[in-house]
Design a protein around this ligand. Structure first.
Ligand SMILES: *Cc1c(COP(=O)(O)O)cnc(C)c1O
Length: 358
């Protein structure tokens, strides 16, 4: 037994790290990034901005200017505050840490975003994944029953959901918020593609906060996420925050880019238009079930027995296209692939490769 084996938690020894595929040389349609880089003029400006930063200094952890800008451009309601994270992944950690009393339950629909259950696991909380129906719609009654039985301290609802792509009905989410004794976090990572948000409704519910990220609108590499909510929640999360979690480069560049939010919105609109153009093309492919989406990706299921999905995944990869393969994970996602919407060229390549692989 190695020294590490003696002290590393056995369940951590057995798990594997969050998998991120190597995309070298491939059309990268696996993790819902924006396919668009910055316009050259803005990129040059960012270069000059970074050159002028005092990298020898720690960030000022209150990040007053960036937080004020987010409140304004993201229309955070008056009276609500904002917590910043090194990606919303990190916000998930802080929220979980804040409610991690002994015996507390964390709940989310299943399948949903893997980091919700991962953080519950790290903080030794019991995670209850409430199954979606076979078509990935929300069984609201089943979820409400689970809320009543388990009395969760924390409920995560990704709206729209990842990896299924659909946005659950607003009325069902309202019922869940009302029934939950603990905190409900609406994860709006895909809000720019969804046309729906709980942000303006924060004042209505004492136990609701909204989490967002800039990752899916062209800034995945910056690592910036945020949670908006009543000060009593944000103050509590802030105590669990690593003191200098948002670095000076991220802070300065995010300010510059969010001041130019119209540029980002225009790129998101292009992705949205491409999604609508792709939908009928995907639906026309034989042997593929295309699920409804309100995000910048499609979840599809390959017809056939065990291994059919992975075969298509491998076929796409052989043709230079990287998507996400869910086979071998949750049984509900067997033979499912997740296809990020890319540029018109990338999507053409994907559709051609799919026809070939199927
Ligand atoms: C991508 C994603 C995130 C993570 O975003 P980061 O800000 O890049 O950490 C959070 N929630 C959902 C549902 C996502 O799909």
């Amino acid at each position: 037994m190695s020294a590490a084996d003696k002290v590393v938690r056995p369940e951590i020894r057995e798990m594997h790290a969050y998998p991120v595929a190597d995309a070298t040389g491939l059309v990268k349609l696996d993790v819902m990034e924006s396919p668009y880089g910055l316009p050259q003029a803005l990129a040059d400006e960012v270069g000059r901005l970074v050159a002028g930063l005092s990298l020898n200094r720690y960030p000022v952890p209150t990040a007053t200017r960036l937080r004020a800008l987010i409140r304004r451009v993201m229309q955070v309601p008056a009276g609500c505050d904002v917590l910043l994270g090194n990606g919303s992944d990190e916000c998930i950690q802080y929220v979980t840490a804040t409610v991690a009393r002994e015996g507390a339950v964390v709940m989310a629909p299943s399948p949903s975003f893997a980091v919700f259950s991962m953080q519950a696991f790290f903080y030794r909380l019991r995670f209850v994944g409430v199954p979606l129906r076979e078509d990935f719609t929300l069984d609201a009654q089943l979820f409400l029953d689970a809320v009543r039985t388990e009395k969760p301290a924390l409920v995560w609802i990704a709206f729209p959901n990842n990896p299924t792509g659909n946005a659950f009905p607003v009325a069902d989410i309202e019922r869940i918020v009302r029934a939950t004794p603990g905190l409900v976090v609406i994860d709006e990572a895909y809000q720019p593609f969804a046309g729906a948000t709980f942000m303006p409704r924060l004042a209505e519910f004492e136990n609701l906060v909204v989490m967002r990220t800039v990752s899916k609108i062209g800034m995945a590499g910056l690592r910036l996420g945020y949670v908006a909510g009543r000060p009593e929640w944000i103050d509590a999360f802030n105590k669990a925050r690593s003191p200098f979690n948002v670095n000076v480069v991220t802070e300065a560049v995010a300010i510059r880019l969010l001041e130019n939010k119209a540029v980002l919105d225009a790129l998101a609109a292009k992705v949205l238009a491409e999604r609508e153009r792709m939908r009928p093309e995907l639906e026309r492919l034989p042997g593929l079930k295309v699920y409804p989406t309100a995000a910048n990706f499609f979840l599809v299921r390959v017809a056939g027995g065990k291994g059919a999905g992975t075969k298509v995944f491998d076929g796409l990869k052989a043709q230079g296209v990287l998507v996400k393969d869910f086979s071998g994970g949750l049984p509900a996602l067997e033979n499912c692939l997740r296809l990020t919407v890319g540029t018109p060229d990338e999507n053409r390549i994907l559709l051609t490769a799919l026809r070939e692989a199927l």
